[in-house]
Design a protein around this ligand. Sequence first.
Ligand SMILES: Nc1nc2c(c(=O)[nH]1)N[C@H]1C(S)=C(S)[C@@H](COP(=O)(O)O)O[C@H]1N2
Ligand SMILES: [Mo]
Length: 374
Amino acid sequence: MTAWSISAGPGATAWAPETVTSEPYNAQTPPAALIESVTPAGAFFVRDHFGIPRTTPQLWRMRVGGEVATPFEIGYEELLGLERREFDAVLECAGNGRALMTPRPPGLPWSLGAVGCAHFAGVPFRALAARAGIRPATVEIVFTGADSGTVHGLPTPFERSLPLAAALHPDTLLVTHMNGEPLAPEHGAPVRLVVPGRYAVADVKWLVGARAVTEPFAGVFQAEEYVYTASRGTPEGPVTTVRVKSLITEPEPDAAVRRGHETLVRGRAWSGDGVSVRRVEFRAAYGGDDVPGGGIGDLGRLGDRHWYDAVLEPPAGPYAWTGWSHRWTPERPGPYRLLARATDEHGDTQPPRAPWNARGYGCNPVASVEVVVV
Ligand SMILES: Nc1nc2c(c(=O)[nH]1)N[C@H]1C(S)=C(S)[C@@H](COP(=O)(O)O)O[C@H]1N2
Ligand SMILES: [Mo]
């Protein structure tokens, strides 16, 4: 197991994410960092498809064009001078949890750590759209990253589109700062998009272009990847809104907890599109009592008894995650499975089983951690 906190002198903690692949670099937020309400930038998961393009704020230019009255380019200093917004937001990769699906779909084997919550600051894209003058026939904005690679034998940049209304939402930001610091190279320096509440594939890093288009964009990362296909129970189509989900951050898996002693069980819960978490329920299932075979995929037979409401902390804002806790005193020695289930203000709830689809997106089953009572 990778070490996730290294002491770097008194009071300082140097964080490092857990590497999943090194070329290109992909890494998960380590469990110890998921305990923090704001994920340290140095521990925040990284997902990149083609490698990290290096540039500097001095060299950075972004072009706004396509179906606009006045195409233009903007540089970093000028962007910094525009009116800014900031908020905490959860970023979650649509493939987070894929490794827990059975059968395992192809793709990076994310377990639970392709998620984090950070404080983002930047300039609403709508300010640039207003300057360019979006023409009425526009249906989407295509955002382009500086990174590219070969896909199906063709040079392909990382590009994603947003419906016009989503692109013009005041909280769709061209982000320059994360947790009060300029963006790190792996998180899209010097400028990235953040679209809170959508799966993070929308959050184009190393942003260098935005163009207004009059037909729905059908690029590889829009129409082939990041699409629900062969879904059981969900309509087919692109991943968009983040599904309601929770994590148990403490106790950690396989922890020994003491019989008759109060154990604080804690975690986080979030949902998409600024929809708040209304409820988190906790349950401790003894041994294999009602979870035959164990494993997240086997929770389908779990009944509705013995769920307790956890205590919720007020989140830092509409896009931040909600901390929850429950005081649990185990009565019997032996193996327990701790479960958490979040419900959002729309009444959407985590399903007992991972909602399987061919590429393993949107995996949000009831959170589950096994511990041993001694
Ligand atoms: N230019 C570019 N932007 C990108 C990607 C990429 O490969 N290239 N990956 C996307 C995906 S799939 C995710 S989950 C998020 C991850 O953001 P992070 O690495 O800052 O956590 O970036 C998105 N933006
Ligand atoms: Mo992703």
